[in-house]
Design a protein around this ligand. Structure first.
Ligand code: AKG
Ligand code: FE2
Length: 213
């Protein structure tokens, strides 16, 4: 698949402005339909091959399977993936990382990412993405792979817009929608889905550790 250069147009500028102003943004233009379809095919093939495992909450010694909290299945990805669609995903996201660093100075260094599949009935209860014992996750980036998501299919991301969670936005997991938000600030959840739902979920991590001087 040819890799188009990142469409660094007015819309990305709007996305960066929104992130700077309010800490979250929803973008519909960074990932074109062909790339989304290829990512979905890759995700589906690996699901059929049984490559996913039940998702956990927490990390390291605090990692646990909690089906009362989340019931999705995940498959971690890395940049050396042989699928050109996955390689293109990492390339696009790296362009986002650089653009965000240039405008917001977040010092994003790397991306950790997985495919996520929510079977019918699955959900992920309200949470923050930053771990108690690891504050490197800085910007969450969720890209949806579901064409023609019906309005009554559930599965929306509910993004709480204030710390007290008095206001929220429900975002349908429609193919090509990319949701970006600051990982330590925005509570969110996945509403129970009434049909299988697929996403590529990524977290940009900042460099942690002593300063080099
Ligand atoms: O798939 C989504 O909409 C969000 C997933 C999520 O919140 C997570 O994996 O931490
Ligand atoms: Fe999350």
């Amino acid at each position: 698949m040819p890799l188009d250069p990142l469409p660094y147009d007015k819309h990305l500028t709007d996305t960066l402005d929104a992130l700077a102003d309010r800490g979250w943004a929803v973008d519909h233009t960074l990932f074109d339909a062909d790339l989304i379809a290829a990512l979905r095919a890759s995700c589906e093939a690996r699901w059929q091959a049984g490559a996913f495992h039940a998702a956990a909450v927490g990390r390291a010694v605090n990692e646990a399977r909690r089906e009362d909290i989340r019931s999705d299945a995940v498959l971690w990805l890395d940049e050396s993936d042989s699928d050109p669609a996955v390689a293109a995903y990492f390339q696009r996201m790296d362009a986002v990382r650089q653009a965000v660093n240039q405008t917001l100075y977040l010092g994003l260094a790397e991306l950790e990412t997985h495919f996520a599949t929510y079977p019918e009935g699955a959900f992920y209860k309200k949470h923050l993405d930053r771990f108690r014992d690891d504050d490197a996750r800085t910007l969450t980036a969720v890209l949806y792979l579901n064409p023609d998501w019906p309005a009554d299919a559930g599965g929306q991301m509910r993004l709480y817009l204030d710390e007290a969670c008095t206001q929220h936005l429900d975002i349908p997991p429609e193919a090509g929608t990319l949701v970006l938000f600051l990982s330590d600030r925005f509570w969110h959840e996945v509403r129970p889905t009434h049909q299988p739902r697929m996403a590529v979920t990524g977290w940009f991590r900042r460099r942690i550790g002593p300063m080099p001087w």
